[in-house]
Design a binder for this molecule. Structure first.
Ligand SMILES: [Zn+2]
Length: 465
């Protein structure tokens, strides 16, 4: 069932996300191989003889969601670092747990994360930094098998600081510059463009304080020589602003520019602490922002200036971040938060509309991944990355305005079917490329082992007997 030569999805409420943002009630999408061939009214597409016909009655049919800031390895440590401050969160929990990972843990975590992403409608993602100890090869193989589209970034670092805190990194998380670059080179030649073109290999610059100017410049040189992309946490914490001011006498955007980091091949995760007068530089250089509202609220990192960014044309997409910062990988829920939090923060209910939010989660993600010509909308000639969302649940009824319901009343639990590259990854809520029960069982075993090995205390604050 998962590999069929042609699929007709019919009777759906089709959000095309084409340049006119056309919506087609009683709509259909016809797929041959990995490509969308036809989009239109069901009555006009009925004549296509498809090997598989999917009735999408009372469902939204839309482009797959694109998560542009994911830590695959953090799915296994979900719930292990809650209600603590960011540096404490990193230093005493996340780094210690992740610094005890084996390659097998890395693969199991990636499978758990992808199972959740597929189940909740995500078809493509950017993994922001794969440490050598997570096992890049195992993770890439897992992506190949799961059937998702992924940009896998190898972590790049040469110092042990974080923002303006020097030398605080857990020893198990430290890597050497040359080893980082060598592994990226090897993984790039082994995996970039592989798995039917679904896998990209990127450079995942760790953060300010963890990368020296020489290494920034070397990475920028290698990225541009290869024509690949890079991603980096920037402006997640206000300490980043202090770091560039104290060390380079610059603001964040001037520093990024001086290192050559600005451009359409860069995805900055978070980007909270850019000042308003810096945003123009991001817009002019087409530098992408991966906005992560759940993570930013949970870690009290602040509010990114998303309304202003959208206003002046900064490319913005959405990210769920990780298991201990979100704590889910559900992009539908992330859309809800993205649409809600800015209204309250700037006291204006008109900012970040439902429509803009869906644009960020689809087209914005495709731009960030550098594949806007291939995915992000349902149009003939584009790759068939399509999701079906069931509007029949109580929280979505009545679906008088499915666009509004999707953003303000939806959750990933309503996703029914997921197609990537013309291949079914989930149908009628059954995962087809991953064994859900096995993934969960392995995740529980490996999570317990990591917690034991690391010695991190994750017990409840309440007395447990
Ligand atoms: Zn992150």
């Amino acid at each position: 069932m998962e590999n069929v030569s042609s699929i007709l999805v019919k009777n759906g409420y089709v959000l095309t996300m084409n340049p006119q943002r056309q919506i087609i009630p009683d709509g259909a999408v016809y797929v041959e191989g990995s490509e969308i061939v036809d989009v239109g009214k069901t009555s006009d597409l009925q004549s296509h003889r498809a090997e598989l016909v999917i009735d999408a009655g009372n469902m939204v049919v839309m482009p797959g969601l694109i998560d542009t800031h994911v830590h695959l390895a953090q799915a296994l440590i979900r719930g292990c670092a809650d209600d603590v401050s960011l540096v404490d969160w990193l230093k005493n929990y996340v780094w210690v747990l992740q610094g005890n990972f084996t390659h097998e843990d890395g693969r199991v975590s990636a499978e758990l994360c992808m199972a959740e992403m597929i189940r909740t409608g995500t078809t493509s993602f950017i993994e922001c930094m794969i440490h050598t100890r997570y096992g890049f090869d195992g993770i890439a193989k897992a992506v190949e098998t799961a059937g998702m589209r992924g940009a896998l970034s190898k972590i790049i670092m040469d110092s042990t600081g974080y923002a303006d805190s020097a030398d605080i990194m857990y020893p198990g998380m430290v890597e050497d510059a040359q080893a980082c670059l060598d592994e990226t080179e090897t993984m790039y030649s082994r995996w970039h463009g592989k798995a039917d073109g679904r896998i990209q290999v990127w450079y995942g610059l760790r953060s300010l304080g963890a990368v020296t100017p020489d290494l920034f410049k070397e990475v920028v040189h290698q990225v541009r020589a290869k024509g690949t992309h890079m991603t980096m946490h920037l402006g997640e914490v206000v300490d980043d602003v202090r770091y560039v001011r104290d060390n380079h006498d610059m603001n964040l955007s001037d520093f990024a520019e001086s290192m050559g980091l600005l451009g359409s091949d860069m995805v900055f995760a978070h980007g909270i602490h850019f000042e308003e007068d810096e945003l123009r530089k991001l817009a002019q250089s087409n530098s992408n922002i991966a906005h992560c509202p759940a993570s930013n609220m949970k870690l009290a990192s602040g509010f990114a200036k998303i309304p202003q960014m959208l206003e002046i044309g900064v490319p913005v997409s959405l990210g769920c971040d990780g298991g201990p910062s979100n704590n889910t990988y559900d992009m539908v829920r992330e859309m809800r938060l993205a649409a809600l939090i800015h209204k309250s923060y700037v006291s204006d209910p008109l900012v970040v509309t439902a429509e803009q939010t869906i644009e960020m989660a689809t087209l914005g993600g495709a731009v960030a991944m550098g594949i806007a010509d291939k995915v992000g909308s349902l149009e003939p000639g584009k790759l068939a990355d399509i999701i079906l969302i069931d509007l029949g649940g109580l929280s979505l009824t009545p679906a008088s305005n499915p666009v509004s319901n999707l953003v303000y009343s939806g959750s990933g639990d309503a996703v029914d079917t997921v197609i990537v590259n013309g291949r079914l990854l989930m149908h009628e809520k059954q995962l087809l490329t991953l064994d859900e029960e096995q993934v969960k069982a392995k995740a529980i075993t490996h999570a317990t082992e990591i917690i034991d090995r690391s010695g991190v205390d994750i017990s409840s604050k309440w007395p447990t007997s």
